[in-house]
Design a protein around this ligand. Structure first.
Ligand code: ZN
Length: 255
């Protein structure tokens, strides 16, 4: 993977955001590969308007590239809140590719891939409506909170200017694919529990240790009064998905 982007394309544009768009899109077309199949390149979609949208010519997987010249933080700006929430519920979100590039060198520093099936509703945070004085007064956008996305679903493609081998990226993506088979409306629960397990920071744990998060899960899923049975059910789903092992007697181990 060549990390230097085609900086010469920037010269035709005055605004930094237009320059970034043109340069990162051209780079994405040239260097990004599909994580869902063996395709070595992606193509631009016909109507990519706001973000850079790419599609795999072989398996039709969609990718959205979001690039910026600063560190990839915990909070990612996204589009309209209701549209994003509907996309999550209807399983229409693209794979998200987050890029940090160096400017003015125009080279890729960090790149993280989040599979399209790894977004729980809890990661979509409503922003305050735009002020009455704004051009789009009342419009409600959203942020994506990466703290609500399980660490293993934040797949490193480039880290500190060092690319990961494509085979490794595909292997990590493939390992998560069983989650894709869970219906989108149920998947949020599974992803939230997986995220909690990852934040326990231990390879082994008990039911009780996960129950300690019942309040947090209740806050994410208001209206569900049977939190503990739900947690046990999700642990079983994660086991069936190959992400967890049941050792016995309410003890579990991460795979
Ligand atoms: Zn593909």
């Amino acid at each position: 993977m060549e990390l230097r982007m085609p900086a010469e394309l920037a010269s035709g544009y005055r605004s930094r955001s237009q320059q970034a768009r043109v340069v990162t899109e051209a780079w994405g077309r040239r260097e990004l590969f599909c994580a869902n199949c063996e395709s070595r390149f992606l193509e631009p979609t016909p109507n990519n308007s706001q973000a850079v949208d790419l599609v795999c010519p072989r398996c039709a997987a969609l990718f959205q590239l979001k690039a910026k010249g600063s560190r990839i933080g915990r909070i990612i700006d996204d589009g309209a809140y209701t549209a994003m929430l509907a996309a999550v519920r209807e399983d229409r979100t693209p794979n998200l590719v987050l890029m940090r590039y160096d400017w003015p060198a125009w080279s890729v520093v960090d790149l993280v891939l989040i599979p399209h099936f790894a977004f729980p509703e809890s990661a979509i945070v409503r922003r305050k409506p735009l002020a009455p004085t704004a051009r789009r007064a009342g419009w409600v956008g959203c942020n994506i909170d990466l703290n609500h996305i399980a660490p293993e679903a934040q797949i490193p493609v480039v880290t500190a200017s060092k690319p990961s081998p494509p085979a490794q990226v595909r292997a990590r993506y493939n390992r998560l694919k069983p989650l894709r088979e869970i219906k989108a409306i149920h998947r949020g629960w599974t992803l939230d529990v997986l995220n909690i397990l990852r934040h326990l920071g231990r390879p082994e744990f008990t039911n009780e240790e996960v129950y300690a998060f019942d309040r947090a899960l209740e806050a994410l899923h208001p209206g569900n009064r049977h939190i503990r049975p739900k947690i046990r059910q999700q642990l079983q789903i994660l086991r069936d998905s190959g992400l967890l092992l049941h050792i016995g007697n309410g003890r579990w181990s991460l795979v």
